[in-house]
Design a protein around this ligand. Sequence first.
Ligand SMILES: *[C@@H]1O[C@H](CO)[C@@H](O)[C@H](O)[C@H]1NC(C)=O
Length: 262
Amino acid sequence: MKYTIIFAAFCSLSLALEPSSPLSRRRTFSITAASIAAISRPSVAVEPYPFEARDRKSNQGAIIREDYWYLVGKVPPRQLSGPLKADDPQWNAFGSCTSNAVTGNSCTYVSLKQRAPAYSKYSFALSYGAKEYAKLGQLLQQRIALSPTDETLWDEAREYLVTPMKSIPPAIIDAELKGVLFATAMTTSPNFPGPTRELLVARFYMNEAHYASQQMLAAVEKRDIVRAIQAWEFGKDSWNSYFQIVNRSIVPKVGEKFEQIV
Ligand SMILES: *[C@@H]1O[C@H](CO)[C@@H](O)[C@H](O)[C@H]1NC(C)=O
């Protein structure tokens, strides 16, 4: 039984990739090695695709245009590898900022009274979206990659990404907009005019996640499993970066921090 699965994985993926290039031979090898290493959870390794290096076209089609890239002109890393340094202004419109060991800079402090209700309003949609995102990744990597000719699996993948007519958006798409709203509530201090760096970077990552889901849908419609998995990986990096930023504002009195998507 085990060998049948490995063999099926090897065959279907070899077919899906061009057999002639050395790159695809390497991919095929890593796919098979991964299947042998974790037979209960075979997963497909693909080379990352640099979606982050695209022409952003003034953020047309983004969820929110004013993000870090648009306003500052720099592209944050594809994946944050540590907490973002928070703003530390010395002055705001009303005078000098003070510093407190517990609450930090008074000009950027966001009260628990503001954070706790925002968390109860949005956290369910966000963690539900993240769970669905992880399920979509498993569908792509563990099921479609092994049977890329099964149309019902492709339809299933599409349902995660398309809003049906006259209906509410699926959890992943819904979470993208809620992620923008949640970040605003968690990082906008009444004491500091204008968006903070954290907010702009959080918006940037939600725009990236949105682009990833659009690219994934395009790949699903073309039945391109490699590109669909690459887009999924890109969106995973964006979501995890976003969660790192908002995690900082989620202290125990606010709620539980968001777990990484794996
Ligand atoms: C959020 O914080 C928790 C607790 O520190 C951590 O376990 C989790 O991995 C963090 N999430 C992300 C996406 O970094």
